[in-house]
Design a protein around this ligand. Structure first.
Ligand code: SF4
Length: 410
């Protein structure tokens, strides 16, 4: 038996905020105002919010399907309509749940269905799957779909990439005006970008607190507390929430409260979370007193570039600078910086079967980083939502061997 980590008190407030977020969307849908826009998680949320849309993030719903372990039962419904089991399991579990007519929002908030979209806005910066995912609903509901098609495998972010993305954002505006019934207002966009920036500054501080020894929060905590940065950025309540959390983190740092009691090893998580096994993986790491103190996944909602003085350009830069959009050299340098800054001894790479976009295991990155940094690496095969691709036993055995290897090297 291991010592249970002390609970994070701010969680209560976060749960209230999330309930409000979903209940507001449900009300908007029922009353027909404000209009509801679906947005990809690193899509043009600021533009949509500034136009007066209530914004819904289907990937967040996908993660809920995974975390509540509903996903595996839903995926076959989407497969039966021709969506392959090999593509994004957020997509297949979300579409499957829609076909079946269920949602985890019912149990959590008493909400019957996901909010039907008046408009869908995607950004392919993360993958093409989001476009196909939104395309399903756009056809189903005859709802307009707009999108940004981003440059991929980006090394240096060139000015002409930014000009192109800015042009794509601006092209969306007439459709957004028509559907929302509101005129575009540059000052409202500036204010939304400012609020998103304030949120991201705080979220970065939350994540950087992981450099403290012992770490006051770890990867499994972050996968929960990232929710406001994902679905409430651009709104004052996200800023207030992270101020509250940062206060608690300061107390935890001062009092030496460890998120993994007895922390004796510091690790990095690369790739998607395994939503259906967060508790199990967290327990394994607690038992071994190994703290996962940083991850590329939770860092994905740090948008340093936001600047209200240049709202379009800075949004374009923020959504192009993301880790997932970048080339191998950039990614290796990025991980190296966090490994060095956080004093990390090992990297867990998650090879998510249905998300090659956010898995960096297949082109020898684990081997290159192990050699270059002198850290131990391990690859865990699994998936974000499709638990048929994940073996509890194998993951446990691999993680135990990985931790032993780190101990031997110490
Ligand atoms: S990045 Fe991966 S998990 Fe996210 S929507 Fe794309 S394929 Fe799915």
């Amino acid at each position: 038996m291991f010592e249970a980590p002390p609970p994070i008190k701010a969680t209560k407030q976060m749960k209230k905020l999330m309930a409000k977020h979903f209940l507001d969307l449900d009300r908007a849908k029922k009353e027909g105002s404000p209009k509801v826009a679906w947005c990809t998680s690193v899509g043009p949320a600021e533009l949509l919010l500034s136009m007066g849309f209530d914004v819904y993030y289907p990937e967040n719903h996908g993660a809920l399907l995974g975390a509540t372990r509903m996903a595996a039962d839903m995926i076959p419904y989407a497969n039966a309509e021709g969506y392959s089991p090999d593509i994004c399991s957020y997509l297949t579990s979300d579409v499957g749940a829609y076909i079946k007519g269920v949602t985890p929002l019912t149990r959590a908030y008493g909400i019957e269905t996901i909010p039907k979209a008046d408009l869908l806005a995607f950004n392919t910066n993360q993958c093409r799957d989001v476009q196909d995912w939104f395309g399903y609903y756009s056809r189903k509901w005859q709802a307009p779909m707009v999108g940004v098609r981003t440059h991929r495998q980006v090394g240096e972010v060139k000015d002409y990439y930014i000009e192109d993305i800015v042009g794509q954002f601006k092209d969306m505006i007439p459709t957004l005006e028509e559907v929302s019934g509101n005129k575009f207002d540059i000052d409202r966009l500036r204010e939304t970008v400012r609020l998103s920036k304030e949120c991201t500054v705080r979220w970065r501080k939350v994540l950087e607190a992981g450099a403290h020894r012992p770490a006051p929060m770890n990867f499994f905590d972050y996968t929960i507390h990232m929710a406001p940065a994902v679905v409430l950025r651009g709104k004052p309540e996200a800023i207030e929430y992270y101020d509250l959390l940062l206060e608690e983190i300061e107390v935890r740092k001062r009092e030496g409260i460890a998120s993994v009691p007895g922390e004796r090893m510091r690790l990095y998580w690369e790739g998607m979370p395994v939503w259906g096994r967060l508790r199990m993986l967290s327990d394994i790491m607690n038992e071994m007193q190994a703290a996962i103190v940083a991850s590329t996944y939770c860092n994905s909602w740090i948008f340093d570039a936001f600047d209200e003085r240049e709202p379009f350009e800075s949004m374009a830069r923020a959504y192009t600078e993301l880790f997932i959009v970048r080339d191998e050299d950039y990614k290796e340098k990025y991980i190296t910086d966090w490994i060095e800054k956080f004093g990390i001894q090992g990297i867990i790479f998650h090879n998510a079967k249905t998300c090659p976009n956010n898995s960096n295991t297949c082109y020898a990155m684990p081997q290159r980083l192990a050699e270059k940094l002198g850290v131990t690496t391990v690859v865990i095969d699994g998936d974000l939502n499709d638990m048929r691709c994940f073996s509890d036993e194998q993951a446990k055995t691999n993680l135990e061997a990985f931790v032993e290897q780190i101990e031997e090297r110490a």
